[in-house]
Design a protein around this ligand. Structure first.
Ligand SMILES: Nc1ncnc2c1ncn2[C@@H]1O[C@H](COP(=O)(O)OP(=O)(O)OP(=O)(O)O)[C@@H](O)[C@H]1O
Ligand SMILES: [Mg+2]
Length: 275
């Protein structure tokens, strides 16, 4: 793997079930993501976006092919706390308040920092988590339990929890989907600001074409039955990407490209390997 490649997935296959009920969630997936890139994954529901993210997060193992993260196995990268994961549902611990939920990853498995590889960033001190919570508008929620929060607030806690680890690889599965438009746009901006300050590689799942164009260096388009990558589109727009740019012809050009690609994903015929 080239030194500047953060994630390398080669001929990955994931099948759920067996026999006549076998379901090919991922078929022959090849993907190489250079260090520091912001890559979005988009595609119809059920095309394997979350499955792909879970392979990188070592929450699933491929049935064939390989997944490398930061030059080693996904398991090693996760054990060393190099990988932050914002799951599709927030997965907060219900008995801990917000502040304790977001500081927990720093407290468990403290020895993990010793496993950080040569060449990777050193273990970093915990950032000011209260400040991060305030930055996403959770000032008044810090001492509340998850059950006292709305779905969007819980999602923001999960985002802060992952970002607080300052991971080398940040995996985000539709992190903003439960948020109102105003909060969503504010968080997109904050995410880009935070990402600007790091060398983190981000893999971001979304159903929003404009969100993908706004955030990404590269957009991976997937199709279902079986889940597979049908195109990878480079978004060659200057950064920082501020609001005035979102009405530009270039922005719309990329939106149209991705929409056309998604159309073909929706209408793509089933492959024999889906059986
Ligand atoms: N644990 C599991 N057991 C069985 N089938 C699963 C499991 N997880 C996912 N699948 C199936 O694999 C396929 C891909 O699921 P996945 O969750 O990766 O899709 P997705 O692209 O993230 O969809 P969405 O946009 O709705 O979140 C789906 O058909 C799903 O039913
Ligand atoms: Mg999903």
């Amino acid at each position: 793997m080239a030194a500047n490649t953060a994630i390398r997935i080669a001929e990955a296959r994931k099948v759920y079930g067996s026999g006549s009920s076998a379901m090919v969630a991922l078929h022959d997936v090849d993907l190489e993501i250079p260090t520091g890139r912001f890559v979005s994954i988009i595609g119809p529901s059920g095309c394997g976006k979350s499955t792909l993210l879970r392979l990188i997060a070592d929450l699933e193992t491929p049935d064939a092919g390989s997944v490398e993260v930061l030059g080693g196995s996904a398991a090693d990268a996760c054990d060393g706390k190099h990988v932050g994961f914002v799951p599709q549902s927030p997965a907060l611990l219900p008995w801990l308040n917000v502040l304790h939920n977001v500081t927990l990853p720093h407290k468990v498995n403290r020895g993990a920092s010793r496993k950080r590889r040569a060449g990777a960033a050193d273990a970093r001190p915990m950032p000011d988590m209260e400040q991060l919570l305030r930055a996403v508008g959770l000032d008044d929620a810090m001492h509340k339990l998850p059950s006292e929060l709305s779905g969007g607030m819980q999602q923001r806690v999960a985002i802060v929890r992952a970002m607080g680890l300052q991971p080398d690889v940040l995996l985000m599965d539709e992190p903003f989907s439960a948020l109102d438009e105003f909060t969503r746009e504010a968080l997109q901006e904050q995410l880009l600001d935070l990402w600007d300050d790091t060398t983190a590689t981000v893999v971001f799942v979304t159903h929003s074409v404009s969100e993908a164009v706004r955030l990404s260096d590269q957009v991976v388009v997937m199709a279902p039955r079986p889940g597979r990558i049908i195109d990878v589109i480079d978004v060659d727009l200057p950064r920082p990407r501020r609001w005035d740019r979102f009405t530009s012809d270039a922005f719309h050009h990329y939106e149209n490209l991705i929409r056309e690609c998604l159309q073909s994903a929706w209408h793509s015929p089933d492959l024999p390997s889906a059986a």
